[in-house]
Design a protein around this ligand. Structure first.
Ligand code: ZN
Length: 319
């Protein structure tokens, strides 16, 4: 058996796989689009194919890997490998034995974890959180996810911890994709921001956002669409991003008042693109709410980039 391990980041639009050494250095990678039709078995097959390709690039057979870790959306049960309610994947409202299915197909041990938590643990071990004792990861993308490391160990609660996107930043506030009101994600999540932009457009607010979307051949406001519209100076784009930052600052500061971690790491699709650009504004917003304002957390942007989720997932193997 080699000391190489596999990692798979299962996303709503793409499946990213890597083969890495124990220290996280990259030996091979491959990417597939996530199937938009069919069901969990079709998604699992695409994951298998992508991992095989990454293994081939690393000149190793899947069965020779020490194991494969998977970062999955939905409710990922690390003990059983079962994934439930992954609603952004086709036909995955129920439960599917993802770990067992992939282990049989690939001939090696497979471990399953929550996508954001493993990405945060990857940053903790190999990226922006190296050498720290505690951190809060805030993954700013379609939704707003989170991950917590305390005293060097991941804190997952009873399985549902770190849902920072659903901390309440405004009582009876905007409707959140989760169905409740006033969550941070209702203001900062990409999906909620798109819904607000569409409502504003219908009310007659002028914006280039949707022209940029069409020009770039997209059917939704991806993070790259937001970035291009911002660069073109679109006023609605800037105001919605600033609104998102205000509420991120409120929510993250409240979480910091509870946890008092050494660092906050901002990641995710929007976080990776806008983290540096808006960091000063975010720190300013947080400062208004920080109880220990004279000892704020270090603020960092995720360092592992597009492969971070898959590299973080590979760390599940060594546990
Ligand atoms: Zn919510």
């Amino acid at each position: 058996m080699s000391d190489l391990r596999g990692g798979i980041d299962l996303g709503g639009t793409k499946i990213q796989t890597v083969v890495v050494a124990a220290d996280g250095s990259l030996s091979g990678e491959a990417r597939r689009e996530t199937p938009t039709e069919g069901g969990p078995a079709d998604v699992a097959k695409a994951m298998e194919d992508a991992l095989r390709e990454a293994a081939a690039a690393a000149s190793v057979k899947p069965e020779e890997l020490r194991g494969v870790g998977v970062g999955s959306p939905g409710d990922a049960d690390g003990a059983t490998g079962i994934v439930s309610g992954a609603r952004n994947l086709p036909g995955w409202e129920g439960s599917f034995p993802l770990g067992e299915t992939l282990a049989k197909a690939l001939g090696t041990e497979v471990r399953v974890g929550n996508d954001v938590q493993v990405a945060v643990e990857g940053e903790y071990a190999l990226g922006a959180g190296r050498g720290l004792g505690s951190l809060l990861g805030v993954w700013w993308g379609t939704g707003v996810g989170g991950g917590i490391v305390l005293d060097g160990r991941p804190w997952v609660g009873r399985g549902a911890a770190a849902e920072i996107g659903h901390t309440v930043v405004k009582r009876n506030g905007a409707r959140c994709p989760c169905g409740r009101r006033g969550c941070m994600e209702a203001y900062a999540g990409r999906a909620a921001m798109e819904a607000k932009a569409r409502r504003d457009l219908a009310k007659g607010v002028e914006t280039d956002l949707f022209h940029v979307m069409k020009k770039r051949g997209k059917d939704r406001l991806t993070s790259s669409v937001w970035e291009h519209a911002l660069r073109e100076g679109d006023a609605l784009t800037e105001s919605l991003l600033r609104r998102a930052i205000r509420y991120l600052g409120t929510g993250i500061a409240s979480a910091q008042n509870l946890l008092d971690v050494e660092a906050v790491v901002i990641g995710g699709g929007l976080g990776g693109r806008f983290g540096d650009r808006f960091m000063e504004d975010l720190v300013g917003e947080m400062h208004k709410h920080l109880f220990a304002g004279d000892n704020p957390p270090q603020m960092k942007v995720a360092e592992l980039g597009d492969l971070g989720g898959a590299i973080g997932a590979s760390l599940l193997v060594s546990r």
